[in-house]
Structures are given as C-alpha cells and as structure tokens.
Design a protein around this ligand. Structure first.
Ligand SMILES: NC(=O)C1=CN([C@@H]2O[C@H](COP(=O)(O)OP(=O)(O)OC[C@H]3O[C@@H](n4cnc5c(N)ncnc54)[C@H](OP(=O)(O)O)[C@@H]3O)[C@@H](O)[C@H]2O)C=CC1
Ligand SMILES: CCCCCC(=O)/C=C/[C@@H]1[C@@H](C/C=C\CCCC(=O)O)[C@@H](O)C[C@H]1O
Length: 391
C-alpha cells in the first residue's frame, strides 16, 4: 500500500513542513493480550469471536486479526530534536510473541499496548530533520521503530548506519548485519567454546531461520568439522545444505530426530545452538558429549505456551545436563553490545567476501505485516523474515 507523497525532499528538510500527512500504521488489537495463568485479572476484556480461542490463562498462536491497519495524520511540523523518517524495512521476530502478553517474561521486553501502534526493529531513511545529528537521506535504524509507513521520531531513538557495510542491502541491518547476525556470532563466541582442530560437531535447531542459518555458517568458519541443522521442511533442509554448506539437515516434521542425529553425529555433539527448546532440544541434549556446551539462544517452540522464559526442562534432560557436565547458560545479545561494532564488521566482511550467505524471505506492504509475523512463528520463512515497506 503506497501513500501519495509528492513533496520535494529538500523543501521538507529545510522547513520541516509539507510532510506527507497521512500514513498507515498497525495497531495492536484488544484480543492481542493473552494472560498467563498466574497473572492478574485481564485489564482489557476480550470480546468477539476470535478471542474465544484466547481466554485468560490459555495458550495460543498469534493470528493476523491481532493487528489492525489504520490511517493516521501526522502533526504538521517537526519539533526540535525530531525527524521525519520514511520506513524502508521492518522486522518481525519471535520475541514479539512475548510482547503480546501483559507479562512478557523478560525484564527488557515491554508489552505492546492495546490499540496503540506496534513497534520493533526497523530501518529507514530521514526525509526531514530538526535534529542536528541527522540530515535528509541518512539511513537509520531503531529497535523501537513504529510499524508505520512514515513516522515522526526522536533523534535519540535512532542510530545512523553506513549502507556500505551491507553493500546497499539495507534489510541486512535487521538480520545478518544486525541483531540476528550479532546473536549468532556473539552467542557462539561467548557460549560455544568451539576449538579449532578439536574436530567439534555442532548442531543448530531452527537452522534455516535468521539466527540459525548464520550460526551454522559461523560454526563451520570457526572450525567445527561437522554442522548439522534441524528445521521444518525439505526445502529448508535443501537450502541449508546446498546453499549454506551445512553437513547434514534433519526435517523434524518428517524424520525421527534421535535416529537421524545418531547417523549424522557419529562422534556425539560438542556444541548445540538452541533456537527452539522442547522435544527437539531434549533429543539433541541426550546425544551431547561430556563437557559440551549449549548456546541457549531461544525457545520458540514454547512461546505460545503459558510458561516463563526460559521454560522448565524435563527431569530427564536436567539429569543429562548434570551427569555430563553440559553448560547451558542463558544468552541475551543485548548484554554484549560493547562487542557489537567489531562483530558487525566481521559479519560484513564475511558477507561481502561470500563466506557467509544471507537468506531472506521478503513480504511487501505494511498491510501484510500481521500475516508475516504469524507465518514466521509457524515456519513460513527461510532466513530472515523481512517486510518491505517502501523503496
Ligand atoms: N538470545 C537472544 O538475544 C536472541 C534470541 N533469539 C531467539 O532465536 C530464535 C530464532 O529467532 P529468529 O532467527 O529471529 O527466528 P527464525 O527466523 O528462526 O524464525 C522462527 C522459526 O522458528 C521455527 N519454529 C517455529 N515453531 C517451532 C517449533 N514449535 N519447533 C521448532 N521450530 C519452530 C520455524 O522454523 P521451522 O520451519 O524450522 O519450524 C520458524 O521459521 C528464537 O527462539 C528467538 O527468540 C533471537 C534474537 C536474539
Ligand atoms: C522472553 C523471550 C525472549 C527470548 C529471547 C529473544 O528472542 C530475545 C530477543 C531480544 C530482542 C528484543 C530486544 C529488545 C526489544 C525492545 C522492545 C521493547 O520492549 O521496548 C533483540 O532485539 C535482542 C534480543 O536479545
């Protein structure tokens, strides 16, 4: 969906006037808030047919009706310190499912507010500025980009980025040269303990997704002799082996994971990059070596359930961890941002030189963001799920 904008950018920049007034935004809907069993009574009563699936305390997958497209009018003038941004790309990510609960389960995550515009990772370009740090044409990113086609934002919420880092592929700032790339690289370096020459075997779950697809390639570059990916379709298995260089792939919907792991990892498993948790992770952990390491990146198989993060493990898996002295420390990329600049340079160079390949699934149009989010949560993406908002 395009908005009509016949405004000359230079005029906008000089005056902070004549900006496109009507923009499209996505708001969170009332039936968005699901309540954990132990949470307070709902602040917002759920009404309507769709919500019958999501009574207080019940679990559930998100649906596109959790979002509504609305038209708003932007205030006519910029205030000091503000910029008008045009949104280029927006990100949908698994953690957003946690922002659909009043209790997100993580202290660094705030819940989305009913009837208010939704936000997340975004990249865009400055259309006009009344902030000294930014000029028209600058490319900027934010973790809290409103899901709007244009937005008035405060300069302090934005970070300027250099398009050369991504050879002009600006969507990479939301993926391989952004938080997901950092998560893969820093997760491996901080928690993976890969030793070159030690013939390590790495297993990655969620292997065809944004983090997993990069993590497997870094595992190989950092010296693992075998990298096995677990993912949800034959097409994904083919992509990670043929395009990304994984040694083997397991389709967890069609194949018996323990049997396939036994075949693919004859020397056991030394490093496990865990994106999914649940039964898949139990099966991997059962075949891990003594003194091996888990990178506890995410547990997406549990995000639609009424459990805290990280979700509790079965007794058997806990025993396995203890008896084999397997490390499993929670990893949050935001705790390592002092290392982000160097890591982004490394990712950029690997991508430019072709040693890391980037996969993306791109959906067009803000009106399709709700669908794209729900699809990603069910495995509809290969690589990073991106929504293209404007050229
Ligand atoms: N610790 C940190 O700082 C960060 C953690 N994360 C975490 O990393 C993980 C991956 O995120 P990201 O790369 O952005 O997302 P992905 O691109 O991997 O997309 C999510 C994928 O999860 C898979 N999936 C969905 N449901 C299940 C299920 N029940 N069992 C197994 N797999 C499932 C689907 O692939 P398939 O077809 O294979 O099922 C889907 O494509 C998430 O758990 C996320 O929370 C992300 C960023 C930072
Ligand atoms: C509670 C489950 C979280 C699972 C792990 C995960 O996916 C973490 C992701 C974060 C993610 C979100 C961080 C900040 C967004 C701030 C939004 C807000 O509440 O204002 C990512 O961007 C960094 C990861 O650590």
């Amino acid at each position: 969906m395009l908005i009509s904008c016949s405004v000359d950018k230079l005029d906008c920049n000089k005056m902070g006037l004549l900006r496109p007034r009507t923009v499209y935004i996505l708001t969170a809907q009332q039936h968005l808030v699901y309540h954990r069993q132990d949470s307070k009574p709902p602040l917002h009563r759920n009404i309507g047919g769709i919500m019958s699936h999501f009574h207080s305390g019940k679990n559930g997958a998100p649906v596109p009706e959790n979002f509504r497209l609305e038209e708003i009018t932007l205030a006519p003038d910029l205030k000091d310190g503000e910029v008008l941004v045009r949104t280029l790309y927006l990100s949908v990510d698994p953690y957003m499912r946690c922002r659909m609960n009043e209790d997100t389960g993580a202290d660094y995550l705030t819940p989305w507010q009913i009837s208010k515009c939704v936000d997340g990772g975004g990249v865009g370009v400055i259309d006009s500025s009344r902030c000294n740090n930014f000029a028209a044409g600058d490319v900027v990113i934010s973790f809290n980009w409103p899901w709007q086609t244009h937005a008035v934002m405060t300069g302090s919420d934005l970070q300027k980025v250099d398009p050369q880092l991504v050879d002009g592929h600006l969507s990479y700032f939301l993926g391989a040269v952004g938080i997901t790339g950092l998560t893969a690289l820093l997760g491996i370096r901080e928690k993976g303990h890969i030793t070159k020459g030690a013939n390590h075997t790495m297993v990655v779950s969620g292997a065809a997704g944004a983090c997993g697809s990069i993590a497997g390639q870094i595992g190989r570059l950092d010296g693992c002799v075998r990298v096995v990916g677990i993912c949800g379709s034959d097409q994904k298995c083919k992509a990670i082996v043929e395009d990304l260089g994984f040694s083997t792939a397991i389709n967890y919907h069609l194949e018996d994971v323990p049997t396939k792991l036994k075949e693919s990892c004859p020397d056991g498993i030394d490093v496990y990059f865990d994106n999914v948790g649940g039964a898949i992770s139990d099966a991997v952990i059962a075949q891990m070596n003594n003194g091996s390491h888990i990178i506890l990146c995410g547990q997406i198989s549990q995000y639609n359930k009424d459990v805290p993060y990280p979700p509790p493990l079965s007794e058997e898996t806990q025993k396995n961890l203890q008896s084999k002295n397997i490390t499993r420390e929670r990893f949050t990329v935001l705790n390592y941002m002092s290392k982000a600049d160097a890591a982004l340079c490394e990712l950029s160079q690997w991508i430019k030189s072709g040693r890391i390949k980037v996969l993306e699934t791109v959906v067009n149009g803000i009106e399709n963001m709700g669908d794209a989010f729900c699809s990603m949560m069910k495995g509809g993406n290969i690589g990073k799920q991106i929504i293209k908002i404007s050229h």
